[in-house]
Design a binder for this molecule. Structure first.
Ligand code: SF4
Length: 628
Protein backbone atom coordinates (compact mmCIF):
# COMPACT_ATOMS: atom_id res chain seq x y z
CA UNK A 1 0.00 0.00 0.00
CA UNK A 2 2.92 2.39 0.66
CA UNK A 3 4.09 2.80 -2.90
CA UNK A 4 5.61 5.47 -5.09
CA UNK A 5 4.91 5.75 -8.83
CA UNK A 6 7.65 7.34 -10.92
CA UNK A 7 5.91 8.79 -13.97
CA UNK A 8 7.65 10.15 -17.06
CA UNK A 9 5.31 12.32 -19.13
CA UNK A 10 7.73 12.47 -22.09
CA UNK A 11 8.05 8.71 -22.53
CA UNK A 12 4.75 7.74 -20.89
CA UNK A 13 6.57 5.20 -18.75
CA UNK A 14 5.65 4.33 -15.20
CA UNK A 15 7.76 2.55 -12.62
CA UNK A 16 6.34 1.60 -9.22
CA UNK A 17 8.38 0.97 -6.09
CA UNK A 18 7.50 0.02 -2.53
CA UNK A 19 8.61 2.52 0.09
CA UNK A 20 11.12 0.91 2.47
CA UNK A 21 10.00 1.06 6.09
CA UNK A 22 13.26 2.77 7.07
CA UNK A 23 12.42 5.63 4.72
CA UNK A 24 8.91 6.01 6.11
CA UNK A 25 10.20 6.12 9.65
CA UNK A 26 12.79 8.76 8.77
CA UNK A 27 10.59 11.03 6.62
CA UNK A 28 7.00 9.80 7.20
CA UNK A 29 5.24 10.94 3.98
CA UNK A 30 3.58 14.10 2.61
CA UNK A 31 5.93 17.02 3.09
CA UNK A 32 8.84 15.00 4.52
CA UNK A 33 9.05 12.26 1.92
CA UNK A 34 8.36 14.77 -0.86
CA UNK A 35 11.40 16.76 0.32
CA UNK A 36 13.50 13.59 0.37
CA UNK A 37 12.41 12.73 -3.18
CA UNK A 38 13.03 16.26 -4.48
CA UNK A 39 16.47 16.38 -2.90
CA UNK A 40 17.49 13.08 -4.42
CA UNK A 41 15.83 13.25 -7.84
CA UNK A 42 16.07 16.91 -8.92
CA UNK A 43 19.11 17.28 -11.20
CA UNK A 44 21.50 20.11 -10.32
CA UNK A 45 20.88 23.46 -12.03
CA UNK A 46 17.42 22.52 -13.28
CA UNK A 47 15.21 25.39 -14.38
CA UNK A 48 11.85 25.27 -12.60
CA UNK A 49 10.00 25.23 -15.94
CA UNK A 50 12.24 22.57 -17.50
CA UNK A 51 10.85 19.06 -18.12
CA UNK A 52 13.53 17.87 -15.67
CA UNK A 53 11.84 19.59 -12.75
CA UNK A 54 10.38 16.96 -10.45
CA UNK A 55 6.74 17.43 -9.47
CA UNK A 56 5.76 15.32 -6.49
CA UNK A 57 2.30 14.60 -5.13
CA UNK A 58 2.47 13.04 -1.67
CA UNK A 59 -0.29 11.94 0.65
CA UNK A 60 0.56 12.15 4.34
CA UNK A 61 1.79 8.89 5.87
CA UNK A 62 -1.49 8.56 7.78
CA UNK A 63 -3.77 10.21 5.21
CA UNK A 64 -6.85 8.13 4.50
CA UNK A 65 -6.77 6.39 7.87
CA UNK A 66 -9.66 6.80 10.24
CA UNK A 67 -8.46 9.51 12.59
CA UNK A 68 -9.63 13.11 12.84
CA UNK A 69 -8.87 15.20 9.72
CA UNK A 70 -6.39 12.88 8.01
CA UNK A 71 -7.16 14.43 4.64
CA UNK A 72 -4.04 16.26 3.55
CA UNK A 73 -1.64 15.93 0.63
CA UNK A 74 1.43 17.91 -0.36
CA UNK A 75 2.74 19.02 -3.75
CA UNK A 76 6.46 19.76 -4.07
CA UNK A 77 8.84 20.85 -6.84
CA UNK A 78 11.47 23.46 -7.52
CA UNK A 79 9.49 26.71 -7.37
CA UNK A 80 9.07 28.85 -10.48
CA UNK A 81 8.10 31.75 -8.22
CA UNK A 82 11.26 31.69 -6.08
CA UNK A 83 13.74 29.33 -7.75
CA UNK A 84 13.96 27.60 -4.36
CA UNK A 85 11.98 25.09 -2.37
CA UNK A 86 8.44 24.88 -3.70
CA UNK A 87 5.84 23.09 -1.63
CA UNK A 88 2.20 23.45 -0.74
CA UNK A 89 -0.47 21.50 1.13
CA UNK A 90 -4.20 20.94 0.62
CA UNK A 91 -7.08 19.03 2.17
CA UNK A 92 -10.33 17.70 0.71
CA UNK A 93 -10.56 14.11 -0.56
CA UNK A 94 -7.75 13.82 -3.11
CA UNK A 95 -5.09 12.62 -0.63
CA UNK A 96 -7.18 9.78 0.84
CA UNK A 97 -8.33 8.72 -2.65
CA UNK A 98 -4.70 8.56 -3.83
CA UNK A 99 -4.04 6.10 -0.99
CA UNK A 100 -7.17 4.11 -1.88
CA UNK A 101 -5.88 3.97 -5.47
CA UNK A 102 -2.71 2.31 -4.19
CA UNK A 103 -0.14 5.11 -4.03
CA UNK A 104 1.33 7.37 -1.37
CA UNK A 105 3.48 9.46 -3.73
CA UNK A 106 3.59 10.29 -7.46
CA UNK A 107 6.93 11.55 -8.80
CA UNK A 108 6.29 13.21 -12.15
CA UNK A 109 9.03 14.21 -14.60
CA UNK A 110 9.21 15.09 -18.31
CA UNK A 111 6.75 17.02 -20.42
CA UNK A 112 3.71 15.71 -22.29
CA UNK A 113 3.48 16.37 -26.04
CA UNK A 114 -0.11 17.53 -25.73
CA UNK A 115 -2.41 18.45 -22.84
CA UNK A 116 -2.62 15.36 -20.67
CA UNK A 117 -4.28 14.14 -17.53
CA UNK A 118 -3.22 11.18 -15.43
CA UNK A 119 -5.85 8.61 -14.56
CA UNK A 120 -4.72 6.87 -11.38
CA UNK A 121 -6.91 3.98 -10.28
CA UNK A 122 -6.36 0.82 -8.27
CA UNK A 123 -2.64 0.50 -8.93
CA UNK A 124 -2.88 1.55 -12.59
CA UNK A 125 -1.76 4.82 -14.15
CA UNK A 126 -2.93 5.89 -17.61
CA UNK A 127 -2.02 8.91 -19.74
CA UNK A 128 -5.16 10.55 -21.16
CA UNK A 129 -5.76 13.34 -23.65
CA UNK A 130 -6.81 16.52 -21.83
CA UNK A 131 -7.31 18.70 -24.94
CA UNK A 132 -11.05 18.93 -24.23
CA UNK A 133 -10.44 20.58 -20.83
CA UNK A 134 -7.40 22.71 -21.73
CA UNK A 135 -8.41 26.38 -21.34
CA UNK A 136 -11.38 25.41 -19.16
CA UNK A 137 -11.54 26.84 -15.67
CA UNK A 138 -11.08 24.77 -12.52
CA UNK A 139 -14.82 24.24 -11.91
CA UNK A 140 -15.62 23.35 -15.53
CA UNK A 141 -12.62 21.05 -15.84
CA UNK A 142 -13.76 18.94 -12.91
CA UNK A 143 -17.35 18.79 -14.15
CA UNK A 144 -16.24 17.78 -17.66
CA UNK A 145 -13.87 15.10 -16.34
CA UNK A 146 -16.59 13.64 -14.11
CA UNK A 147 -19.00 13.61 -17.05
CA UNK A 148 -16.46 12.02 -19.40
CA UNK A 149 -15.65 9.30 -16.90
CA UNK A 150 -19.31 8.97 -15.89
CA UNK A 151 -18.21 9.07 -12.28
CA UNK A 152 -18.98 11.94 -9.89
CA UNK A 153 -16.87 10.27 -7.18
CA UNK A 154 -13.47 10.66 -8.80
CA UNK A 155 -11.14 13.12 -7.07
CA UNK A 156 -9.28 15.67 -9.15
CA UNK A 157 -6.31 17.98 -8.71
CA UNK A 158 -6.19 20.40 -11.63
CA UNK A 159 -4.82 23.67 -12.91
CA UNK A 160 -6.85 26.52 -14.39
CA UNK A 161 -5.67 28.97 -17.02
CA UNK A 162 -3.23 30.43 -14.46
CA UNK A 163 -1.14 27.25 -14.64
CA UNK A 164 -1.66 26.84 -18.38
CA UNK A 165 -0.39 30.39 -18.96
CA UNK A 166 2.61 29.78 -16.69
CA UNK A 167 1.72 32.41 -14.12
CA UNK A 168 4.58 32.03 -11.65
CA UNK A 169 2.19 31.84 -8.69
CA UNK A 170 -0.42 29.54 -10.22
CA UNK A 171 -1.68 26.93 -7.80
CA UNK A 172 -3.15 23.43 -8.01
CA UNK A 173 -6.84 23.20 -7.15
CA UNK A 174 -8.87 20.28 -5.86
CA UNK A 175 -12.65 20.68 -5.69
CA UNK A 176 -13.85 24.28 -5.72
CA UNK A 177 -11.54 25.72 -3.09
CA UNK A 178 -8.91 23.28 -1.86
CA UNK A 179 -5.69 24.88 -3.06
CA UNK A 180 -2.08 23.80 -2.91
CA UNK A 181 -1.59 27.52 -3.07
CA UNK A 182 1.89 28.87 -2.56
CA UNK A 183 5.14 28.69 -4.57
CA UNK A 184 3.66 28.06 -8.03
CA UNK A 185 3.07 24.31 -8.20
CA UNK A 186 0.32 24.95 -10.81
CA UNK A 187 2.88 26.69 -12.99
CA UNK A 188 5.08 23.58 -12.88
CA UNK A 189 2.08 21.44 -13.88
CA UNK A 190 1.36 23.82 -16.77
CA UNK A 191 4.97 23.66 -17.95
CA UNK A 192 4.61 19.88 -18.15
CA UNK A 193 1.30 20.17 -20.09
CA UNK A 194 -0.27 18.25 -17.24
CA UNK A 195 -3.81 19.55 -16.81
CA UNK A 196 -4.98 17.26 -14.04
CA UNK A 197 -4.40 14.19 -11.91
CA UNK A 198 -7.56 12.15 -11.48
CA UNK A 199 -7.73 9.46 -8.79
CA UNK A 200 -10.16 6.77 -7.75
CA UNK A 201 -9.51 3.69 -5.70
CA UNK A 202 -11.30 0.83 -4.06
CA UNK A 203 -8.41 -0.40 -1.93
CA UNK A 204 -8.41 0.24 1.78
CA UNK A 205 -5.64 1.45 4.04
CA UNK A 206 -5.12 -1.18 6.69
CA UNK A 207 -4.06 -0.52 10.25
CA UNK A 208 -1.70 -2.90 12.08
CA UNK A 209 -4.17 -2.90 14.97
CA UNK A 210 -7.76 -2.02 13.95
CA UNK A 211 -8.88 -2.28 17.61
CA UNK A 212 -6.29 0.23 18.81
CA UNK A 213 -7.11 2.42 15.84
CA UNK A 214 -10.76 2.54 16.86
CA UNK A 215 -9.84 3.53 20.42
CA UNK A 216 -7.46 6.19 19.13
CA UNK A 217 -10.12 7.68 16.86
CA UNK A 218 -12.76 7.74 19.60
CA UNK A 219 -10.34 9.47 21.98
CA UNK A 220 -9.10 12.02 19.46
CA UNK A 221 -12.62 12.80 18.23
CA UNK A 222 -13.72 13.50 21.78
CA UNK A 223 -10.69 15.69 22.36
CA UNK A 224 -11.09 17.78 19.23
CA UNK A 225 -14.82 18.31 19.65
CA UNK A 226 -14.51 19.31 23.32
CA UNK A 227 -12.32 22.39 22.87
CA UNK A 228 -13.47 26.01 23.07
CA UNK A 229 -12.38 26.41 19.45
CA UNK A 230 -14.69 23.70 18.13
CA UNK A 231 -18.10 25.46 18.20
CA UNK A 232 -16.59 28.58 16.64
CA UNK A 233 -14.57 26.99 13.85
CA UNK A 234 -17.34 24.56 12.94
CA UNK A 235 -19.69 27.52 12.47
CA UNK A 236 -17.61 30.36 11.03
CA UNK A 237 -14.42 28.60 9.96
CA UNK A 238 -11.36 30.84 10.05
CA UNK A 239 -13.39 34.01 9.36
CA UNK A 240 -13.58 34.51 13.12
CA UNK A 241 -9.84 35.23 13.18
CA UNK A 242 -10.41 38.42 11.19
CA UNK A 243 -11.91 40.47 14.04
CA UNK A 244 -9.27 39.19 16.47
CA UNK A 245 -6.45 40.22 14.14
CA UNK A 246 -7.98 43.57 13.22
CA UNK A 247 -9.05 44.64 16.68
CA UNK A 248 -5.65 43.49 17.95
CA UNK A 249 -3.86 45.78 15.49
CA UNK A 250 -2.14 42.90 13.71
CA UNK A 251 -3.59 42.95 10.23
CA UNK A 252 -1.82 44.23 7.11
CA UNK A 253 -3.65 47.22 5.69
CA UNK A 254 -2.94 48.82 2.30
CA UNK A 255 0.24 46.89 1.63
CA UNK A 256 1.42 46.90 5.26
CA UNK A 257 1.21 50.68 5.66
CA UNK A 258 -1.19 50.30 8.62
CA UNK A 259 -2.08 47.63 11.14
CA UNK A 260 -5.77 48.31 11.80
CA UNK A 261 -8.63 48.78 9.27
CA UNK A 262 -11.42 50.89 10.73
CA UNK A 263 -13.55 50.57 7.61
CA UNK A 264 -13.93 46.87 8.27
CA UNK A 265 -15.92 47.46 11.46
CA UNK A 266 -19.57 46.46 10.93
CA UNK A 267 -18.82 45.51 7.33
CA UNK A 268 -16.39 42.62 7.25
CA UNK A 269 -17.76 40.33 9.93
CA UNK A 270 -18.18 36.58 10.08
CA UNK A 271 -21.83 36.95 11.09
CA UNK A 272 -22.62 39.08 8.05
CA UNK A 273 -21.14 36.39 5.84
CA UNK A 274 -23.23 33.76 7.58
CA UNK A 275 -26.47 35.74 7.30
CA UNK A 276 -26.18 37.10 3.79
CA UNK A 277 -24.07 34.70 1.77
CA UNK A 278 -23.53 31.27 3.29
CA UNK A 279 -25.53 28.45 1.71
CA UNK A 280 -23.83 25.34 3.03
CA UNK A 281 -21.29 23.98 5.54
CA UNK A 282 -18.64 21.60 4.20
CA UNK A 283 -15.85 19.41 5.53
CA UNK A 284 -12.85 17.50 4.28
CA UNK A 285 -12.36 13.74 4.65
CA UNK A 286 -12.96 12.52 8.20
CA UNK A 287 -13.12 16.01 9.70
CA UNK A 288 -15.63 16.96 12.40
CA UNK A 289 -14.40 20.57 12.35
CA UNK A 290 -16.12 21.31 9.01
CA UNK A 291 -14.64 24.79 8.68
CA UNK A 292 -15.62 25.33 5.02
CA UNK A 293 -18.58 27.03 3.39
CA UNK A 294 -20.34 27.42 0.10
CA UNK A 295 -21.79 30.83 -0.68
CA UNK A 296 -23.87 32.75 -3.24
CA UNK A 297 -24.10 36.50 -3.89
CA UNK A 298 -27.81 37.31 -4.17
CA UNK A 299 -27.84 40.97 -5.16
CA UNK A 300 -25.79 43.68 -6.82
CA UNK A 301 -23.23 43.73 -9.61
CA UNK A 302 -21.93 40.23 -8.74
CA UNK A 303 -25.39 38.68 -8.37
CA UNK A 304 -25.33 34.92 -9.02
CA UNK A 305 -21.63 34.45 -8.29
CA UNK A 306 -21.11 31.39 -6.10
CA UNK A 307 -18.20 29.44 -4.81
CA UNK A 308 -16.51 27.88 -1.79
CA UNK A 309 -14.53 29.61 0.93
CA UNK A 310 -13.45 32.20 1.72
CA UNK A 311 -11.11 31.74 4.65
CA UNK A 312 -9.48 34.39 6.82
CA UNK A 313 -6.61 34.51 4.34
CA UNK A 314 -8.87 35.65 1.48
CA UNK A 315 -10.91 37.94 3.72
CA UNK A 316 -7.84 39.83 4.95
CA UNK A 317 -5.93 39.68 1.67
CA UNK A 318 -8.77 41.13 -0.41
CA UNK A 319 -10.14 43.30 2.41
CA UNK A 320 -7.68 45.49 4.32
CA UNK A 321 -4.66 44.59 2.21
CA UNK A 322 -6.21 46.20 -0.87
CA UNK A 323 -8.28 48.81 1.04
CA UNK A 324 -11.64 47.10 0.42
CA UNK A 325 -14.43 46.70 2.99
CA UNK A 326 -17.08 45.07 0.77
CA UNK A 327 -17.89 41.39 1.24
CA UNK A 328 -19.21 41.17 -2.35
CA UNK A 329 -15.83 42.15 -3.75
CA UNK A 330 -13.99 39.59 -1.61
CA UNK A 331 -16.39 36.83 -2.65
CA UNK A 332 -16.30 37.73 -6.34
CA UNK A 333 -12.50 37.89 -6.29
CA UNK A 334 -12.41 34.54 -4.46
CA UNK A 335 -14.48 32.98 -7.22
CA UNK A 336 -12.20 34.34 -9.98
CA UNK A 337 -8.98 33.32 -8.26
CA UNK A 338 -10.20 29.79 -7.59
CA UNK A 339 -11.52 29.33 -11.13
CA UNK A 340 -8.21 30.52 -12.60
CA UNK A 341 -6.13 28.54 -10.10
CA UNK A 342 -4.04 31.37 -8.67
CA UNK A 343 -2.44 31.72 -5.24
CA UNK A 344 -4.42 34.09 -3.04
CA UNK A 345 -1.34 34.99 -1.01
CA UNK A 346 0.67 36.25 -3.96
CA UNK A 347 -2.22 37.75 -5.97
CA UNK A 348 -3.40 39.81 -2.96
CA UNK A 349 0.14 40.84 -2.13
CA UNK A 350 0.94 41.97 -5.67
CA UNK A 351 -2.33 43.89 -6.03
CA UNK A 352 -1.67 45.65 -2.70
CA UNK A 353 1.82 46.55 -3.91
CA UNK A 354 0.55 47.91 -7.27
CA UNK A 355 -2.08 49.99 -5.45
CA UNK A 356 0.56 51.51 -3.20
CA UNK A 357 2.63 52.36 -6.28
CA UNK A 358 -0.47 54.11 -7.67
CA UNK A 359 -0.98 55.96 -4.37
CA UNK A 360 2.61 57.21 -4.57
CA UNK A 361 2.39 58.21 -8.22
CA UNK A 362 4.94 55.61 -9.29
CA UNK A 363 2.29 54.02 -11.51
CA UNK A 364 -0.08 56.13 -13.62
CA UNK A 365 -2.78 55.48 -16.20
CA UNK A 366 -0.02 55.18 -18.79
CA UNK A 367 1.23 52.08 -16.98
CA UNK A 368 -2.17 50.57 -16.22
CA UNK A 369 -3.80 51.05 -19.63
CA UNK A 370 -6.27 53.56 -18.20
CA UNK A 371 -7.25 51.64 -15.10
CA UNK A 372 -7.47 53.53 -11.80
CA UNK A 373 -5.70 51.53 -9.08
CA UNK A 374 -7.05 53.52 -6.14
CA UNK A 375 -7.46 51.55 -2.92
CA UNK A 376 -10.49 49.27 -2.87
CA UNK A 377 -11.51 49.87 -6.49
CA UNK A 378 -13.37 46.65 -7.42
CA UNK A 379 -12.79 47.10 -11.16
CA UNK A 380 -9.06 47.41 -10.59
CA UNK A 381 -9.00 44.31 -8.34
CA UNK A 382 -10.96 42.14 -10.80
CA UNK A 383 -9.09 43.63 -13.75
CA UNK A 384 -5.67 42.78 -12.34
CA UNK A 385 -6.74 39.21 -11.47
CA UNK A 386 -8.01 38.75 -15.05
CA UNK A 387 -4.81 40.19 -16.47
CA UNK A 388 -2.61 37.95 -14.33
CA UNK A 389 -4.51 34.82 -15.34
CA UNK A 390 -4.46 35.65 -19.06
CA UNK A 391 -0.99 37.19 -19.22
CA UNK A 392 -2.18 40.58 -20.38
CA UNK A 393 -1.17 44.13 -19.45
CA UNK A 394 0.37 45.15 -16.13
CA UNK A 395 -1.12 42.21 -14.21
CA UNK A 396 0.21 39.81 -16.84
CA UNK A 397 3.71 41.24 -16.50
CA UNK A 398 3.56 40.71 -12.72
CA UNK A 399 2.26 37.16 -13.16
CA UNK A 400 5.08 36.24 -15.52
CA UNK A 401 7.92 37.94 -13.64
CA UNK A 402 6.77 37.73 -9.98
CA UNK A 403 9.92 38.26 -7.90
CA UNK A 404 11.44 40.35 -10.74
CA UNK A 405 8.40 42.59 -11.23
CA UNK A 406 10.01 45.55 -9.43
CA UNK A 407 12.94 45.41 -11.86
CA UNK A 408 10.45 45.73 -14.75
CA UNK A 409 8.70 48.74 -13.20
CA UNK A 410 11.80 50.42 -11.73
CA UNK A 411 11.30 53.95 -10.32
CA UNK A 412 12.01 52.81 -6.75
CA UNK A 413 9.05 50.42 -6.76
CA UNK A 414 11.14 47.76 -5.02
CA UNK A 415 10.99 49.79 -1.78
CA UNK A 416 7.33 48.83 -1.34
CA UNK A 417 7.59 45.22 -2.48
CA UNK A 418 7.74 42.82 0.47
CA UNK A 419 9.14 39.46 -0.52
CA UNK A 420 11.23 36.86 1.19
CA UNK A 421 13.29 34.21 -0.54
CA UNK A 422 11.61 35.53 -3.70
CA UNK A 423 8.14 34.66 -2.39
CA UNK A 424 5.57 37.45 -2.15
CA UNK A 425 4.84 38.15 1.50
CA UNK A 426 1.51 36.71 2.56
CA UNK A 427 -1.23 39.24 1.91
CA UNK A 428 -3.03 38.60 5.19
CA UNK A 429 -0.20 38.34 7.69
CA UNK A 430 1.51 41.19 9.55
CA UNK A 431 3.32 40.01 12.65
CA UNK A 432 5.98 42.53 13.49
CA UNK A 433 4.72 42.84 17.07
CA UNK A 434 4.88 39.14 17.97
CA UNK A 435 8.39 37.85 18.44
CA UNK A 436 8.21 34.04 18.18
CA UNK A 437 5.83 34.23 15.23
CA UNK A 438 7.88 36.86 13.37
CA UNK A 439 11.05 34.81 13.82
CA UNK A 440 9.42 31.47 13.01
CA UNK A 441 7.61 32.78 9.92
CA UNK A 442 10.68 34.62 8.63
CA UNK A 443 13.00 31.63 8.94
CA UNK A 444 10.81 29.15 7.07
CA UNK A 445 12.25 27.40 4.06
CA UNK A 446 9.83 28.41 1.32
CA UNK A 447 9.59 32.12 2.28
CA UNK A 448 7.54 33.99 4.91
CA UNK A 449 5.03 31.36 5.97
CA UNK A 450 2.34 31.41 8.67
CA UNK A 451 1.48 27.76 8.04
CA UNK A 452 4.89 26.73 9.31
CA UNK A 453 5.62 29.62 11.63
CA UNK A 454 2.52 31.01 13.31
CA UNK A 455 3.09 30.38 17.02
CA UNK A 456 -0.46 30.85 18.26
CA UNK A 457 0.44 29.81 21.79
CA UNK A 458 2.29 33.10 22.29
CA UNK A 459 -0.85 35.20 21.70
CA UNK A 460 -3.06 34.19 24.60
CA UNK A 461 -1.09 35.46 27.59
CA UNK A 462 -0.62 31.89 28.81
CA UNK A 463 1.13 31.97 32.23
CA UNK A 464 4.87 31.32 32.12
CA UNK A 465 4.48 28.21 34.32
CA UNK A 466 2.10 26.66 31.79
CA UNK A 467 4.38 27.58 28.89
CA UNK A 468 7.36 26.10 30.72
CA UNK A 469 5.40 22.87 31.08
CA UNK A 470 4.72 22.66 27.34
CA UNK A 471 8.17 23.74 26.12
CA UNK A 472 10.35 22.56 29.00
CA UNK A 473 12.04 25.94 29.54
CA UNK A 474 11.22 29.54 30.51
CA UNK A 475 9.12 31.32 27.88
CA UNK A 476 7.86 34.90 28.23
CA UNK A 477 4.08 35.13 28.43
CA UNK A 478 3.91 38.49 26.59
CA UNK A 479 4.04 38.06 22.82
CA UNK A 480 6.18 41.21 22.57
CA UNK A 481 8.95 39.81 24.78
CA UNK A 482 11.84 37.71 23.44
CA UNK A 483 12.67 35.33 26.28
CA UNK A 484 12.48 31.73 25.07
CA UNK A 485 11.00 32.74 21.72
CA UNK A 486 13.75 31.34 19.48
CA UNK A 487 13.09 27.91 21.01
CA UNK A 488 9.35 28.35 20.65
CA UNK A 489 9.85 29.27 16.99
CA UNK A 490 11.96 26.20 16.32
CA UNK A 491 9.52 23.93 18.20
CA UNK A 492 6.63 25.18 16.08
CA UNK A 493 8.51 24.69 12.82
CA UNK A 494 9.23 21.05 13.62
CA UNK A 495 5.67 20.51 14.81
CA UNK A 496 4.05 21.87 11.64
CA UNK A 497 6.48 19.84 9.53
CA UNK A 498 5.40 16.63 11.26
CA UNK A 499 1.72 17.58 10.80
CA UNK A 500 2.24 18.07 7.05
CA UNK A 501 4.17 14.84 6.76
CA UNK A 502 1.53 12.75 8.54
CA UNK A 503 -1.47 14.28 6.74
CA UNK A 504 -3.34 15.89 9.64
CA UNK A 505 -5.07 19.24 9.23
CA UNK A 506 -3.47 21.88 11.44
CA UNK A 507 -6.84 22.93 12.85
CA UNK A 508 -7.18 19.59 14.62
CA UNK A 509 -3.85 20.16 16.37
CA UNK A 510 -2.56 22.67 18.92
CA UNK A 511 -1.33 24.85 16.01
CA UNK A 512 -4.26 27.35 16.21
CA UNK A 513 -3.60 27.71 19.94
CA UNK A 514 -6.17 25.20 21.16
CA UNK A 515 -4.24 23.30 23.83
CA UNK A 516 -6.81 20.49 24.04
CA UNK A 517 -6.22 19.51 20.42
CA UNK A 518 -3.83 16.87 19.07
CA UNK A 519 -0.10 17.06 19.56
CA UNK A 520 2.94 14.73 19.34
CA UNK A 521 1.49 12.34 21.92
CA UNK A 522 -1.66 11.76 19.88
CA UNK A 523 0.31 11.55 16.62
CA UNK A 524 2.45 8.79 18.14
CA UNK A 525 -0.69 6.92 19.27
CA UNK A 526 -2.06 6.89 15.72
CA UNK A 527 1.25 6.00 14.06
CA UNK A 528 1.76 3.06 16.38
CA UNK A 529 -1.78 1.77 15.85
CA UNK A 530 -1.35 2.05 12.07
CA UNK A 531 2.19 0.61 11.79
CA UNK A 532 2.90 -1.44 14.91
CA UNK A 533 5.96 0.74 15.56
CA UNK A 534 6.95 2.12 18.95
CA UNK A 535 7.35 5.76 17.99
CA UNK A 536 7.61 8.27 20.85
CA UNK A 537 6.83 12.01 20.85
CA UNK A 538 10.59 12.61 21.24
CA UNK A 539 11.35 10.60 18.09
CA UNK A 540 8.74 12.60 16.18
CA UNK A 541 10.31 15.87 17.28
CA UNK A 542 13.64 14.70 15.87
CA UNK A 543 11.88 13.59 12.68
CA UNK A 544 10.48 17.11 12.30
CA UNK A 545 13.95 18.51 12.81
CA UNK A 546 15.43 16.09 10.25
CA UNK A 547 12.89 17.12 7.60
CA UNK A 548 13.39 20.81 8.41
CA UNK A 549 17.15 20.47 7.92
CA UNK A 550 16.71 18.53 4.69
CA UNK A 551 14.49 21.31 3.34
CA UNK A 552 17.16 23.84 4.34
CA UNK A 553 19.68 21.76 2.37
CA UNK A 554 17.41 22.02 -0.70
CA UNK A 555 17.13 25.80 -0.25
CA UNK A 556 20.90 26.20 0.08
CA UNK A 557 21.64 23.96 -2.89
CA UNK A 558 19.12 25.62 -5.20
CA UNK A 559 19.54 29.28 -4.16
CA UNK A 560 22.66 29.60 -2.01
CA UNK A 561 20.66 31.95 0.24
CA UNK A 562 21.18 31.37 3.97
CA UNK A 563 21.00 34.07 6.64
CA UNK A 564 19.94 36.93 4.37
CA UNK A 565 16.79 34.96 3.51
CA UNK A 566 15.90 34.68 7.20
CA UNK A 567 15.35 38.41 7.71
CA UNK A 568 11.75 39.70 7.53
CA UNK A 569 10.90 42.47 5.05
CA UNK A 570 11.97 46.06 5.78
CA UNK A 571 8.52 47.09 6.97
CA UNK A 572 8.83 44.74 9.98
CA UNK A 573 11.54 47.02 11.36
CA UNK A 574 9.35 50.12 11.10
CA UNK A 575 6.83 51.04 13.83
CA UNK A 576 3.14 50.23 13.57
CA UNK A 577 1.26 53.44 12.83
CA UNK A 578 -2.02 52.71 14.58
CA UNK A 579 -3.42 51.56 17.90
CA UNK A 580 -3.53 48.99 19.28
CA UNK A 581 0.16 48.09 19.16
CA UNK A 582 1.07 51.56 17.84
CA UNK A 583 4.86 51.94 17.75
CA UNK A 584 5.55 48.18 17.91
CA UNK A 585 8.27 46.94 15.58
CA UNK A 586 11.16 44.54 15.45
CA UNK A 587 14.49 46.01 16.51
CA UNK A 588 17.05 44.94 13.88
CA UNK A 589 19.93 44.40 16.31
CA UNK A 590 17.77 42.43 18.71
CA UNK A 591 16.38 40.38 15.82
CA UNK A 592 19.89 39.51 14.60
CA UNK A 593 20.90 38.48 18.13
CA UNK A 594 17.82 36.25 18.47
CA UNK A 595 18.52 34.80 15.04
CA UNK A 596 21.99 33.82 16.31
CA UNK A 597 20.34 32.17 19.31
CA UNK A 598 17.92 30.34 17.02
CA UNK A 599 20.80 29.08 14.83
CA UNK A 600 22.68 27.91 17.90
CA UNK A 601 19.66 25.95 19.13
CA UNK A 602 19.47 24.36 15.70
CA UNK A 603 23.16 23.52 15.55
CA UNK A 604 23.65 25.81 12.58
CA UNK A 605 26.43 28.22 11.66
CA UNK A 606 25.89 31.97 11.85
CA UNK A 607 25.36 32.06 8.07
CA UNK A 608 22.24 29.89 8.36
CA UNK A 609 23.83 26.63 7.19
CA UNK A 610 23.57 23.41 9.24
CA UNK A 611 26.81 22.25 10.88
CA UNK A 612 28.20 18.91 9.73
CA UNK A 613 27.68 17.38 13.19
CA UNK A 614 24.02 18.44 13.08
CA UNK A 615 23.54 16.70 9.75
CA UNK A 616 25.28 13.60 11.11
CA UNK A 617 23.09 13.60 14.24
CA UNK A 618 20.01 13.73 12.01
CA UNK A 619 21.37 11.04 9.61
CA UNK A 620 21.41 13.58 6.81
CA UNK A 621 25.16 13.37 6.20
CA UNK A 622 24.57 10.45 3.85
CA UNK A 623 22.30 12.41 1.53
CA UNK A 624 21.80 12.11 -1.38
CA UNK A 625 20.68 8.69 -0.39
CA UNK A 626 19.40 5.80 -2.43
CA UNK A 627 17.02 4.23 0.00
CA UNK A 628 14.65 4.26 -2.96
S1 SF4 B 1 -10.53 21.89 9.66
FE1 SF4 B 1 -11.35 22.61 7.72
S2 SF4 B 1 -9.58 22.56 6.27
FE2 SF4 B 1 -9.08 21.30 8.07
S3 SF4 B 1 -9.65 19.21 7.44
FE3 SF4 B 1 -11.38 20.12 8.59
S4 SF4 B 1 -12.74 20.99 7.03
FE4 SF4 B 1 -10.73 20.62 6.06
Amino acid sequence: MNRIAFINLSTQQVMVKDIPEELLRRYLGGDGLNAYLLFNYLPLDTDALSPDNVLIFGAGMLTGHCDVSLSRFQITAKSPETGGFGTSNAGGFFGPELRFAGFQHLVITGKARRPTYLWVHDGEIEFKDASFVWSKDVYETQQLLMAKMSNPDIQIATIGCGGENLVRFACVMHGLKRAAGRTGMGCVMGSKMLKAVVVKGSQSVNAYSPERMKDVFDKHLKQVTSTKLYPVISRYGTLTIFAIQNEGGQIPVMNHQYNYFEAAEENLEDEIFEERYKTKTLACFSCPLRCSHRYRIKYGPYQGVWGEGPEYYMMAGFGPMVGNNQWDVILAANDLINRYGLDIGSVGGYIGWLMELWQRGILTERDTGGSNLKWGNPDAIMGLINQMAHNEGLGGMVGQSASHAAEEIGKGSDRYLYQQRGLMHECSVGNRASRATALAEATTNRGYDHLRGRVALEFFGIPTEALAKIFGRPIASDFRAWEGKPYMAMWQQHFTTVIDSLGYCKFATVWPGSTGNLTYKEFAETINAVTGWDVTPQELMVTGERIWNLERMIVLRETGIGREGDIPPRVYFEPNKLEPLKGEKLDREEYEARLDEYYELRGWNKDGTPKQETLARLKLDEEPSHLI
